[in-house]
Design a protein around this ligand. Structure first.
Ligand code: C2O
Ligand code: CU
Ligand code: CU
Length: 452
């Protein structure tokens, strides 16, 4: 696999800003156009073009930003050689607008997506394809973009923001995006490059003492990223579904595939500590050794001029704990390595579009116990709502989750269990699956049918 030197990639170019999707206010909605098509783009200015699949010719796709209470009306055109859908990962929107595999958009066809963003939905989301059998490929070829919902009263609105999309790029010997190997299909794909906003190892400037709000997306297929900013002061302020109740000081943060975090980062530039953003070694389960023995540098940070440190409010938002569930269910992840047709299982089965695995009710609080009996980490994801993790079992005993947060992805390491609660506020089929996209594609997915 060609490395950075072979491709002539230079480290330390300025961090690219994400392109924005132009939206026009019309007929009570913000209207825009999105297409998915093949495109050739240079990996970096001056390097040879790579064939990607992209939304609106950009990798990552254009960022979409709206406020709570607004409606998005989007015209989507599929110019790919495969069926696709646009899934709005994490957003509480109607099931028939959520890009389920049951609603494919065929090559050469289009459709309109339309949904409103309810009060309380402020947070960091993303969009990506979800067609049956092609999700992993379409994402690793470049189809993914971010979606931010602004709150009406945002206690962190005074902080300058950075949006960082972490994605994986695997090129073959020919310099083209490589297809998934058998090992990728098993362990999940990891390329030789982790990109930030589509660039390899870029650089940004942070003032000494300056406090910024960072939104970070793990848009890789399979990497569990243990992120750290060793020199700086870092507070976790938000998860997938928006702000947590109070800032929490963190030394590192495990972000599984599909998950997001909001951080308040203050530039400290301590002597002897690397100034950048790194991924610390993390072993995804028993069958694999440490992914790397050294920290993987992702982003360089350069000291800017001294700044006054903006305040960080002691309380950010109130989150009410979900009440006792009226339904409890179990979801067991397992692997059957001897059966190549059905290797990754949920409750002993692989995904079947025509089967509803569970039937639920609008407004009912459910508690799910996700039990990983397999040999590697499997990040659990549920569509259509946000959940609260209540307890985790590390193999020895249950431990209460130390703080309330809204999430739609939670990592479950091997021989561990997680209990989570949620409510679905809209009817329709909702997918749940492992967010290692190769596992999802291999069938580690089920459907919750929510009835009115
Ligand atoms: Cu981000 Cu069902 O996916
Ligand atoms: Cu999703
Ligand atoms: Cu998995």
């Amino acid at each position: 696999m060609p490395d950075a030197a072979a491709l002539g990639l230079a480290r330390g170019l300025p961090l690219p800003e994400l392109k924005r999707l132009p939206l026009e206010r019309k007929d009570g909605a913000l209207q825009g156009c999105l297409s998915a098509a093949a495109v050739s783009l240079p990996l970096l200015p001056g390097t040879p073009a790579t064939a990607f699949w992209a939304y609106n010719d950009s990798v990552p796709g254009p960022a979409i930003e709206l406020s709570e209470g607004e409606t998005l009306a989007l015209r989507f055109d599929n110019r790919l050689p495969q069926p696709t859908t646009v899934h709005w990962h994490g957003l509480p929107i109607p099931a028939d607008q959520d890009g389920n595999p049951h609603d494919p958009v065929l090559p050469g066809q289009g459709r309109d997506y339309r949904f409103s963003l309810p009060t309380g939905s402020a947070g960091s989301y993303w969009y990506h394809p979800h067609p049956h059998g092609h999700t992993a490929e379409q994402v690793y070829r470049g189809l993914a973009g971010v979606f931010v919902v602004r709150g009406r009263d945002d206690p962190l609105a005074h902080l300058p923001e950075r949006w960082l999309v972490l994605s994986d790029l695997k090129l073959g010997e020919d310099g083209k995006i490589a297809a998934n190997s058998d090992a990728d299909k098993m362990d999940g794909r990891e390329g030789q490059f982790v990109l930030v906003n589509g660039a390899w190892h870029p650089r940004l400037e942070l003032g000494r003492g300056e406090r910024q709000r960072w939104r970070i997306w793990n848009a890789t297929s399979a990497r569990v990223l243990k992120l750290a900013l060793p020199a700086h002061e870092v507070w976790l302020v938000g998860t997938d579904g928006g702000l947590i109740e109070k800032p929490r000081r963190v030394e590192s943060l495990v972000l599984p595939p599909g998950a997001r975090a909001e951080l308040a980062v203050t530039g400290r530039f301590a002597a002897g500590k690397p100034a950048g953003l790194v991924a610390l070694p993390y072993a995804r389960g028993k069958m694999m050794g440490p992914e790397q023995d050294k920290a993987l540098p992702l982003l360089d940070i350069e000291a800017g001029s001294a700044a006054v440190t903006a305040s960080l409010p002691a309380s950010l938002r109130r989150i009410d704990p979900l009440p006792k569930p009226s339904v409890t269910r179990r979801v067991v992840f397992s692997e059957d390595m001897a059966n190549s047709a059905a290797m990754f299982l949920i409750n002993g089965k692989t995904f079947d579009m025509d089967r509803m695995d569970f039937t639920g009710k609008v407004g009912a609080v459910e508690e799910w116990e996700v039990d990983n009996r397999a040999d590697m980490d499997h990040p659990f994801h549920l569509h259509g709502t946000q959940f609260q993790v209540t307890e985790r079992h590390d193999g020895k005993g249950w431990r209460r989750e130390p703080y309330l947060a809204w999430r739609d992805v939670v990592n479950v390491p091997p021989a561990q269990k997680v209990r989570l609660r949620f409510r679905q506020d809209m009817p329709g089929p909702r997918m749940f699956h492992c967010h290692i996209l190769e596992h999802e594609e291999a069938g580690m997915m089920g459907t919750l049918d929510v009835r009115a």
